[in-house]
Design a protein around this ligand. Structure first.
Ligand code: PMT
Length: 441
């Protein structure tokens, strides 16, 4: 799990109440810790019957709070200070009993007290029997919490410990982690922005079963969407043929062809603050796709290709105020070709992408890019996880739109130091920093 800037050194309180799904909270604590958060676990006594506090302590390397007035813990943690120092609180799993306490403001255990004493954003992930979840009392308590600004992560549908099949399964740890990121980002430096991102590779049909396409996995575009979401933006992600699941808290529109992508972009971009085109859009499409599957014949088959709409170029109209960022995947003369595209398409920024480097570009988890700006910017980044690249691109977008100076650069640089120590991904000295996410509401 790579470090996630929005979680870096953030204090996340993980409240674990007594559902059989408490075991999943161990994986969540581990993922949050690996992503860079400082995780303080608070458990109800019922939860300790299901998972021992030691499991959490071993993973988070921090004491686990169970007793409200444990003398030793009281000096180190404090039954109130846990909440006061939190950047975010996530209650997962949240039982019907714990939801009731939170809704009513009862404070007789570490989770309820911590939530009550805190002004940090709260995320609640319920888990219980399907009949309990459908009970009007639980629905009322959830509604009260929602009205107070709590984020609620709906449980999933499936087999439950009671033997019933229904809604009540705790959301998966990966989904909860994403929801924590979104909650922390609510007051990020892109709060109030609308960001349109494209991802994946378009498919241009030859016949009903064949198409012309490329090897884009969509990972770069999805990383951009997640990073913008982490920083508080409302994100519209237009994804062409991407196998990845919808990122939490992002509005996803699935398309197939360059034409469909063009229509969605032109619909989304008016009113947007930024357009980030990471998609590999086909430059050509078969002129006349066959209505039925083409039959194999002995003679040659010639496909006549015609140009597709240049989506970026068509967003250069007067009236569109979005800052426009293109990507250029190049196998030679990287900067020269990227600069030409920056110029031709009238872009504000272009991300020159060296796709010849092993482990970079199409399909890879990492990317090696240089960010070029119309204002003369040339920022060469080392090979980095795509999420880190996405943050760096957004730093430049924010700079161009006159954003306030970033906060927390020291934390960010330390994260890259840690990356260097663990994987040796190179120099990071050119980075600016992420904002101070997760300020208490
Ligand atoms: O998806 P991944 O597997 O993570 O891989 C990421 C990536 C390599 C696809 C991505 O980082 C990348 O480089 N995307 C751009 C791919 C490309 O080759 O673009 P281009 O040089 O053909 O086009 C330049 C820009 O114009 C791009 O922003 C493209 O989206 C845009 N374009 C292209 C054609 C077209 N008809 N309309 C467009 O708007």
């Amino acid at each position: 799990m790579p470090l996630i800037p929005v979680l870096q050194d953030k204090r996340v309180v993980l409240g674990v109440s007594g559902s059989i799904a408490a075991y999943k909270a161990v994986a969540l604590a581990s993922a949050l810790t690996q992503a860079g958060a400082l995780v303080d676990v608070a458990m109800t006594h019922e939860a300790t019957e299901l998972v021992r506090p030691l499991s959490f302590q071993a993973i988070t390397h921090r004491p686990v709070a169970v007793d409200m007035f444990h003398l030793l813990a009281e000096t180190e943690i404090g039954h109130v200070s846990l909440g006061l120092n939190a950047d975010a609180i996530v209650v997962a799993p949240a039982t019907a009993h714990t939801l009731a306490k939170l809704a009513l403001g009862l404070a007789d255990d570490m989770i309820a007290t911590t939530v009550l004493a805190s002004r940090a954003p709260v995320l609640v992930a319920p888990a219980m029997d399907a009949n309990m979840y459908q009970h009007p009392t639980v629905a009322e308590h959830l509604e009260v919490l929602r009205q107070r600004g709590c984020a609620i992560l709906e449980p999933g549908y499936g087999h439950l410990a009671s033997g019933l099949v229904g809604r009540g399964r705790l959301a998966e740890p990966e989904t909860i982690l994403e929801a924590v990121r979104a909650v922390l980002g609510r007051r990020g430096d892109l709060a109030g922005w609308q960001v349109v991102v494209t991802a994946g590779g378009t498919q241009e049909p030859i016949d009903p079963v064949r198409f012309v396409s490329n090897r884009s996995s969509g990972k770069m575009g999805f990383a951009l969407a997640e990073a913008a979401r982490d920083r508080g933006a409302h994100v519209i992600l237009i994804a062409a043929n991407v196998a990845l699941p919808d990122p939490y808290g992002v509005e996803v529109r699935r398309v197939r062809t360059a034409q469909e992508m063009a229509e969605q972009v032109l619909e989304a971009v008016p009113g947007a603050d930024a357009l980030l085109m990471a998609a590999a859009v086909a430059d050509y499409r078969p002129e006349q796709p066959a209505e039925h599957k083409l039959k194999k014949r002995s003679e040659e088959l010639a496909l006549r290709l015609v140009p597709t709409t240049d989506i970026l170029a068509s967003t250069a109209r007067a009236g569109f105020t979005a800052l426009r960022v293109g990507f250029a995947a190049e196998s030679e003369h990287l900067l020269e070709h990227a600069r030409a595209k920056l110029e031709q398409k009238g872009l504000d920024l272009i991300v020159a992408n060296d796709v010849t480097l092993p482990g970079s570009g199409f399909g890879a988890d990492d990317n090696k890019v240089t960010i070029l700006g119309r204002d003369g910017l040339e920022r060469d980044l080392p090979l980095l996880p795509k999420l880190q690249v996405a943050y760096a691109v957004l730093d430049q977008v924010r700079r161009l739109r006159g954003g306030a100076p970033d906060v927390g650069s020291f934390d960010r640089l330390r994260s890259f130091d840690r990356l260097r120590m663990s994987g040796g991904r190179g120099d990071a000295e050119t980075y600016s920093s992420p904002p101070d996410f997760g300020r208490p509401t």
